[in-house]
Design a protein around this ligand. Structure first.
Ligand code: NAG
Ligand code: NAG
Ligand code: NAG
Length: 366
């Protein structure tokens, strides 16, 4: 006679951060322009992006030698592949940093990875998890070193505006100037009343977009009106966070907009601040807050998680770890059939047997 176990359990699901790129991946370094801190003889910087892994670059012996490719566009970088020289001195690359970012200055860009070592003629793949950048630097921290790279490949996708298709709201609405007009993908400068948002005149008007998931925001791009009222964006704070306290206006600040030219778009770098809500709030009284477009770029969903509470009966004991793993696998494939495939499930606590059923239960050893 088999007893049944009745379980109550909580599952914690973490969604994967890896973003699938659609379409064929292209090595973006091939169409970029290269440079390096110095050039030894004819080991030019462009040899690292010529598609030939035996033609290489070479700096002079110097402090912190570097090599750079300007991709000429901003990419959400998935990974980089660095190929070392085949002939000698393979260890010279050890400790080189790969930095990716928006700025044409080495140390203003964050490190994606540090190369531990690469065998002669071999390649090293550095995972950049969608970090955005136009500039890729390979820099060797050294008082006196030489940097040689034979090929640097950069793979990624064009950054996606995370605000598109999401929900926007604002403190009040001026006629038909709905909050959603600021995230309609249309800068709408010629027809602002149809394509821009605006609040009424009020104290501290605000606007907010809900990204639906937590992202690490790299930058926010704000487009101002072209027709009038240009100074209404002056001093507006850009806030990012997960709280809806004070309508999201108590979240951390990314930037203060100094001013934006008529019909211009200004970029505010947020250094991967984490949050689900992006707010814009005016510090002024008796003013409106018009916005023709707000674009949000970043990586993620960074940590989209949710708890599942499940109650079920089973003839098997979940004190057996193999069965616990087996159950997660089954749940995972059940979710996959519903189109949720990039999910990782974990037990947030050990399954507990329902107390009332305890006396009916035939215990097993684990
Ligand atoms: C925006 O919010 C409304 C109401 O909460 C909801 O019905 C709608 O589906 C949401 N839109 C999107 C794109 O999520
Ligand atoms: C705003 O956030 C700070 C912490 O960042 C907290 O101390 C404060 O109580 C909050 N205030 C309001 C009004 O939400
Ligand atoms: C806005 O109005 C409030 C309340 O009347 C006042 O306390 C505050 O100082 C005003 N702020 C500005 C920037 O004028």
């Amino acid at each position: 006679m088999t007893g049944f176990y009745r379980y109550m359990l909580l599952l914690l699901g973490f969604f994967s951060m890896t973003k699938k790129s659609d379409g064929v991946e292209v090595n973006a370094a091939r169409s970029g322009t290269t440079s390096q801190s110095s050039t030894d003889f004819n080991w030019y910087s462009q040899y690292a992006t010529d598609g030939v892994s035996t033609s290489c670059t070479h700096t002079l012996i110097q402090a912190n030698p570097w090599w750079r490719v300007d991709l000429l566009k901003t990419l959400s970088v998935d990974r980089l592949v660095v190929t070392n020289r085949p002939d000698c001195c393979a260890e010279r690359i050890n400790g080189a940093e790969i930095r990716v970012g928006h700025i044409a200055d080495i140390y203003s860009n964050p490190v994606c990875c540090v190369i531990p070592s690469i065998p002669a003629g071999a390649s090293y793949t550095c995972s950049c998890n969608g970090r955005e950048g136009r500039y890729v630097y390979v820099v060797l921290p050294s008082a006196s070193g030489v940097l040689t790279v034979c090929e640097v490949e950069v793979y990624g996708v064009l950054p996606e505006n995370l605000a598109l298709g999401k929900n926007a709201t604002q403190s009040s609405t001026w006629y038909t100037w709905y909050a959603g007009h600021a995230i309609d993908g249309n800068r709408g400068l010629s027809q602002p009343s149809t394509w821009c948002s605006s609040t009424h005149y009020q104290n501290n008007p605000w606007w907010r977009v809900d990204l639906h998931n937590v992202y690490k925001v790299s930058r926010v791009v704000v487009t101002n009106r072209a027709d009038c009222c240009l100074d209404q964006v002056n001093g507006v704070k850009i806030l990012i966070g997960n709280s809806l306290e004070d309508n999201g206006n108590n979240n951390s600040m990314c930037a203060v907009i100094p001013s934006i030219a008529a019909g211009g778009s200004a970029t505010f770098v947020c250094n991967y601040m984490e949050g689900r809500y992006v707010n814009l709030i005016s510090p002024r009284n008796s003013t409106a807050l018009p916005l023709c477009e707000v674009e949000v770029y970043g990586i993620g969903p960074w940590l989209k998680y949710s708890f599942m509470r499940i109650e079920f009966k089973s003839s098997a004991s979940l004190t057996d770890s193999t069965l616990r793993v087996d159950l997660l696998t089954q749940l995972q494939s059940a979710l996959a059939t519903r189109g949720i495939s990039e999910v990782m499930l974990r037990w947030s606590q050990m399954p507990k047997q329902d107390k009332k059923q305890k006396q009916d239960v035939k215990r097993k050893c684990s």
